[in-house]
Write a protein that binds this ligand. Structure first.
Ligand SMILES: CC(C)(COP(=O)(O)OP(=O)(O)OC[C@H]1O[C@@H](n2cnc3c(N)ncnc32)[C@H](O)[C@@H]1OP(=O)(O)O)[C@@H](O)C(=O)NCCC(=O)NCCS
Length: 276
């Protein structure tokens, strides 16, 4: 695994690149579209607007398997909202968007690979993440991506660091002043999960072997993959407000800017606000 920081002068990599967005601007790839929403607010809005989107039988079955009603509601809200958001991008009614799972690149299983847009057929790839009260959807045309969001809560950083971080990440984290360790852990964790989701295997892809250089601010390049296939990923921290910690990863050769989108500005919701 090779990690190259191109975000700081005086370190390995291209010295003219000082920050994540500059890496993206220079490369001029397609944008990462990013929606984040409060699940309570969005659930209420979806209830007020008949969006025409329904869950697939697989999604309905998954929603029915959650033991907590709240978790099930959050899953349903996220998946209906994802249809509204993606319909706008794909130029179709939200009822025509079918979400499902792509085959797992690790084992080929059709049920636990990354999420995908099954209909209409396109090159768009998506990633989803939920934490207490909030959800994120990211979409990129022509390349895989992964997103992760977490609402930090108190936890035993040293215990978790032992089982989830590389030795270098662990030493860096535990050398931080105690009050900074929790934030440092979440930054490391969200970067890892973003890469492992982009690869498509989730945390089965070696959470304690991928080094995401959380000692570096800004965008970092991380090489990791499954089997013999290794890819260089561009990993960027996201500022979503509300005390959330989040990151997005994509292949470095597809690097474009991150474009935040507001789902409440989608034509469906705007039409409802105007009483149409
Ligand atoms: C993917 C994973 C890291 C998500 O963890 P999490 O922090 O609990 O949940 P998040 O809210 O951040 O993300 C959930 C989303 O991850 C996505 N996801 C699930 N499996 C994924 C995978 N293999 N690759 C990319 N994304 C995946 C799903 O879209 C899910 O959203 P949904 O529940 O609305 O469908 C975790 O579920 C995991 O590692 N699962 C194991 C996958 C597996 O079985 N791999 C076997 C390889 S052989």
């Amino acid at each position: 695994m090779t990690v190259v920081d191109r975000t700081r002068p005086g370190r390995r990599g291209s010295p003219e690149l000082r920050a994540g967005p500059q890496v993206a601007d220079r490369d001029g790839g397609p944008p990462v579209l990013l929606w984040s929403w409060s699940l309570d607010e969005l659930g209420e809005t979806l209830r007020r607007h008949a969006c025409g989107a329904t869950l697939s039988p697989e999604e309905a079955a998954r929603a029915a398997r959650f033991r907590s009603r709240r978790t099930a509601d959050d899953y349903v809200t996220s998946h209906l909202a994802a249809r509204v958001a993606l319909a706008e991008v794909l130029g179709v009614p939200s009822g025509d968007v079918v979400l499902g799972r792509l085959p797992c690149p690790g084992c080929g299983d059709a049920h636990h690979g990354p999420p995908g847009v099954l209909e209409p057929r396109s090159d768009w790839r998506i990633s989803l993440s939920r934490t207490r009260g909030y959800a994120v959807l990211a979409a990129l045309e022509g390349a895989p991506l992964g997103v992760d969001v977490e609402a930090p809560r108190a936890l035993s950083v040293d215990v978790l660091a032992d089982v989830t971080l590389t030795p270098a990440e662990r030493s860096h984290l535990l050398a931080l002043p105690a009050p900074a360790q929790l934030a440092g852990f979440y930054r490391t964790w969200t970067r890892k999960e973003a890469v492992l989701k982009a690869i498509g295997v989730g945390i089965a892809g070696g959470v304690d072997t991928i080094d995401v250089r959380a000692d570096l601010d800004g965008a970092v390049l991380v090489r990791h993959g499954v089997g013999s296939e290794s890819v260089e990923w561009l990993v960027r921290d996201l500022d979503l407000g509300h005390g959330l910690v989040a990151a997005v990863a994509q292949p470095s050769d597809s690097a474009g800017q991150v474009h935040p989108r507001d789902i409440f500005q989608s034509s469906l919701f705007r039409a409802g606000q105007n009483g149409d």
